[in-house]
Design a protein around this ligand. Structure first.
Ligand code: XMP
Length: 513
């Protein structure tokens, strides 16, 4: 496996993505966790130093342990990682002073025969993405220059004998079009065969789950979302009926959702499943509540209570399974250290394991979202589950701004089902990251037949996104929007007006609350 030492770059995760695309298994660890003992235990086959915002001149500048250079493994330093390498190995780094480079630059070759650059420089130069203030001013002994750019005379340097490579630019970003090729060359010369597949991951994960759990019992909070579904199926494959799933139905699910989840897991996969129908509990507690944060916190608190109650009924479960993904666990290197603002209190089962004295089983901790989908496919989960849009823990509560009532929820459920049906019929579901309807807390006047109506207004939302952190609204055609509005108003009693939400994130958020 390959070790990425994170010096705090914004794009470190992209390095991992590029390597996974090459079927190479890698892990990101923050520089301050990587010491001699860590390196020995990890035993990497190759190491990458990420970029980072620091300067090697600053006090306490992030550095790798010196022993990393004595392991005999190939090392690739990127941007700050290059400067670190030069600094540690006897080269020189200088402060910016007019030579800072941000954005597109062109590198031209300055030496031949470097295997890292196979397939590069076909047109005599290569576009790369730079983002640096300091720069290397003298390379370390043993190094040679293989590429230069106008502001970075040492854009590509290497000590081929020791297999140390250092580049000033960022090969992991899309603006370095042949960046993937550079990573491919690096892992090949490091001896990786690109054989890390989902089939292999599945086998390995099953072995690890069995080893961790032994003959103990495990409970898993199943939401029907992709992550918890894949985690549950995988764990069930590993330990069978030692696993019990608890599906908390808070009465804020979409049309037919509870039945689908129960059918899939109880009937199809034959898993022990507790269907905790607690809609009265949740909806009664939410009566009269209109503040978004109070709603979220109420739901979060009840969810934990209900889960705990049912977990007890399983009797002696010592493990709690969660569908935690890799982006949730990477410890980001924060240099600002300042408190960040809470935009929304996210609902999850946080705090539960400590409270209940349980240990965690998290078989997806090493995977990105699309890898979880691939694993789900590998495990035979149907596409209708794997390709599902994300659905928030607090469910329809945050798609019904203001006070929630059972009547409003019923209208929303039916309108949402028509909207999603429209999207599927037009073949757009997989192009959209997330789509849903929201019932606005207002009524408007309309006319249907010869009569006056005074009904709810509905907002339709559809966004494209990569990770939910930023998003853009989906550009439906006017025909699609017109047809959908007509269908909803005709088919769903209680709605007489439909709006389309054209807000991106930021400044909006994806959900309305
Ligand atoms: P926002 O509304 O913050 O949503 O732009 C970003 C993504 O997160 C989902 N979301 C949640 N997911 N628990 C979840 O598991 C929550 O409390 C929660 N709130 C928002 C939202 O659906 C979108 O995909």
């Amino acid at each position: 496996r390959l070790l990425i030492i994170d010096f705090g770059s914004q794009v470190t995760q992209l390095i991992a993505r590029r390597l996974r695309e090459l079927n190479v298994y890698c892990e990101i660890h923050p520089f301050n966790k990587v010491d001699d003992a860590f390196l020995r235990a990890f035993d990497p086959k190759a190491v990458i130093f990420s970029g980072g915002p620091a300067s090697v001149f600053s006090e306490g500048a992030p550095m790798p342990p010196a022993s990393v250079f004595d392991m005999g493994v190939p090392i690739l330093g990127i941007c700050y990682g290059q400067q670190v390498m030069m600094h540690c190995l006897g080269g020189k780094v200088e402060r910016g002073h007019g030579t800072a480079e941000f954005g597109r630059a062109y590198v031209t070759p300055a030496g031949d025969g470097l295997p890292l650059l196979d397939g590069w420089f076909a047109d005599g130069r290569e576009q790369v993405w730079m983002s640096h203030g300091d720069h290397v001013s003298a390379i370390a002994p043993g190094f040679q220059v293989y590429g230069t750019s106008p502001n970075a005379p040492f854009a590509i340097t290497a000590d081929p004998a020791r297999r140390f490579f250092a580049v000033q630019f960022h090969p992991e970003v899309h603006h370095t079009p042949k960046g993937a090729k550079l990573y491919e060359n690096f892992v090949r010369l490091a001896g990786f065969h690109g054989d890390w597949t989902m089939g292999a991951y599945r086998e390995e994960a099953i072995r690890k789950i069995r080893e961790q759990v032994g003959d103990q019992k495990v409970i898993c909070g199943l939401s029907g979302g992709v992550d918890s579904s894949v985690a549950a199926v995988l764990i069930h494959e590993a330990i069978g009926d030692q696993l019990t799933c608890v599906f908390v139905d808070h009465g804020l699910l979409r049309l037919g959702e509870a039945e689908q989840v129960v059918t899939m897991f109880r009937d199809h996969y034959n898993m022990p499943l507790i269907h905790a129908d607690e809609s009265d509990l949740f909806l009664n507690a939410l009566e009269g509540v209109s503040d978004p944060e109070v709603k979220r916190k109420t739901i979060g608190r009840l969810f934990i209570e209900v889960f705990e109650k049912h977990a007890k009924s399983v009797g002696g479960a010592t493990f709690l399974a969660q569908g935690t993904l890799y982006p949730d666990v990477i410890e980001s290197v924060s240099f600002s250290g300042g408190p960040s603002v809470t935009i929304k209190s996210h609902h999850n089962v946080g705090g539960l394991p400590e409270k209940m004295g349980m240990k965690l089983v998290e078989p997806l901790r090493e995977l990105f979202k699309d890898e979880v989908r691939a694993l789900g496919r590998e495990l035979g989960l149907p596409q209708s589950f794997i390709g599902r849009h994300p659905f928030p823990g607090p469910g329809l509560a945050i798609r019904c701004p203001g006070e929630i009532t059972r009547d409003k929820l019923e209208i929303l459920r039916r309108a949402d089902a028509v909207y999603i049906d429209q999207i599927r019929k037009h073949g757009l579901y997989d192009e959209i990251w997330q789509a849903f309807a929201a019932l606005l807390p207002m009524r408007t006047v309309g006319v249907m037949g010869d009569g006056r109506t005074y009904d709810y207004a509905l907002a339709l939302r559809a966004v494209t996104s990569v990770d939910g952190m930023t998003a853009d609204y989906y550009p439906f055609t006017h025909d699609f929007l017109g047809e959908t509005a007509t269908r909803i108003i005709n088919e769903v009693q209680g709605v007489n007006r439909v709006f389309y939400d054209c807000t991106s994130k930021p400044p909006g958020t994806i959900e309305l609350e």
